[in-house]
Design a binder for this molecule. Structure first.
Ligand code: THU
Length: 161
């Protein structure tokens, strides 16, 4: 039997179409992006995570001469948030990225490992959180749940029968 699932996202033409809270988070993500340590790729990514308790944590990509030791901005921000507030719900993560010598039209979408991390936290809190991806040129994609970025995710429940 062939089955279908539906994933959806919203496309905005500019940051002005975001709510004021999301605009503030985007500014924080941009500040973080500019502080990225990415001498090897030249690619800078910044993220801002808002928790339900109102606290905001930011992060950026941290590279290393031993390449696999590096980590993405999204996980830097999420792990910082979760290290301080393990039980706080995630409300939203805003992500922005820029290359060193070109400007992308569309937002950069998170890598598979970061999507898996989103998925685990969303599953744990049993409540979807929003994901906002912003391009430098202005176009924005928003998702109401991590499941729209990673359907058929692997969950801890799969580890046991
Ligand atoms: N990167 C992120 O920070 N987030 C992503 O979702 C994709 C990739 C970083 C990792 C590395 O420092 C650089 O971008 C190039 O892959």
């Amino acid at each position: 039997m062939k089955k279908k699932i539906e994933i959806s996202y919203q496309e905005l033409e500019s940051r002005n179409e975001l709510g004021i809270e999301d605009q503030k988070l985007l500014s924080l993500a941009e500040d973080a992006r500019e502080k990225a340590y990415s001498p090897y790729s030249g690619f800078r990514v910044g993220a801002a995570v808002k928790l339900a308790n109102g606290e905001v944590f930011t992060g950026n990509n941290q590279e290393n001469s031993s390449f696999p030791a590096g980590i993405c901005a999204e996980r830097t921000a999420l792990f910082a948030a979760k290290a301080s507030h393990p039980d706080a719900e995630i409300e939203c993560i805003v992500i922005t990225a820029s290359g060193s010598d070109y400007v992308q039209e569309n937002p950069v979408t998170p890598c598979g490992i970061c999507r898996q991390v989103f998925s685990e936290y969303e599953h744990k809190q049993d409540k979807p959180f929003r994901i906002v991806l912003a391009s430098v040129k202005g176009k924005i994609f928003t998702y109401d749940s991590a499941s729209h970025l990673l359907p058929f995710s692997f969950y801890a429940t799969h580890l046991k029968e």
